[in-house]
Design a binder for this molecule. Structure first.
Ligand SMILES: *Cc1c(COP(=O)(O)O)cnc(C)c1O
Length: 243
């Protein structure tokens, strides 16, 4: 358990160094714990040490851990691929959905939110690496997508999210984050209704420094805090959900 707290400290130092390098404020970067496959007990340890934000990829896991964690104040973001038949459930358990990437999902979310008479914070996920294996809206269509989303008053768009290219070549990874930032600036200029783009969710265990240098406000860290996972990421990132 101490291991988790040590690892969180290490991540905080990495955030601090990256901020110093580029003259950013430590307070401007939020740490989201990516808790897929992590037990509620271990998440509890992290939350009790002062972490306040977690992200889950699967509705099933969200549900299973919800009761155990609900007494500890925290926010939960949904960061995985969201099937439209899971919309009702995700709204029960998540404060924000970072992975909104297609109109079909937008329409389903709006329908349900209207029924519930409320709104929801979302981020638009962009596929900045152009990899087929990853979800996210195509950067070329993001302006049209954003314009369509802005017509739904139930959805409050707070920013953009991306998963950078997995590569040892730093320039290629950096390009993904630069693209997200550029799209964010472009969208901001449109001044769309229901858009208040304050978050750039980018950077994970291996590339968080690059993401912070390029303007990340939320980094999503799993492995570097909780250790490696039994399932490969494809289990979470492809359509079938099979490893
Ligand atoms: C798992 C996951 C992360 C965290 O990845 P690590 O490499 O374990 O830090 C971040 N974002 C998303 C969308 C994820 O699924």
């Amino acid at each position: 358990m101490n291991e988790i707290l040590n690892n969180i400290q290490k991540i905080k130092s990495r955030i601090q160094s990256a901020c110093e390098k580029t003259g950013k404020n430590y307070e401007d970067v939020k740490l989201l714990l990516a808790t897929k496959t992590v037990s509620a007990d271990r998440i509890k340890t992290a939350l009790q040490s002062g972490a306040t934000l977690i992200g889950e990829n699967k509705i099933q896991e969200l549900k299973e851990k919800y009761e155990a964690l609900k007494s500890i104040p925290h926010q939960t973001h949904f960061i995985g691929h969201l099937q439209t038949n899971k919309v009702k459930d995700v709204l029960k358990y998540a404060n924000c959905i970072q992975s909104v990437d297609r109109m079909e999902l937008v329409q389903k979310l709006d329908q349900r939110l209207q029924q519930e008479g409320r709104s929801l914070d979302i981020l638009l996920q962009v596929n900045t690496s152009y990899e087929k294996s990853k979800f996210g809206a195509d950067p070329a269509t993001i302006v049209d997508f954003a314009k369509s989303v802005s017509k739904f008053d139930t959805l409050k768009v707070k920013g953009l999210m991306t998963i950078g290219l997995f590569s040892a070549e730093e320039t290629k990874v950096r390009k993904c984050f630069q693209l997200l930032k550029k799209l964010n600036t472009e969208l901001n200029e449109l001044q769309l209704p229901n858009f208040e783009l304050i978050e750039l969710s980018m950077g994970m265990s291996s590339d968080l420094e690059i993401a912070i240098e390029e303007g990340a406000t939320i980094i999503r860290v799993g492995t570097a805090i909780f250790g490696s996972r039994i399932y490969p990421d494809s289990y979470y990132w492809n359509e079938t959900g099979n490893p």
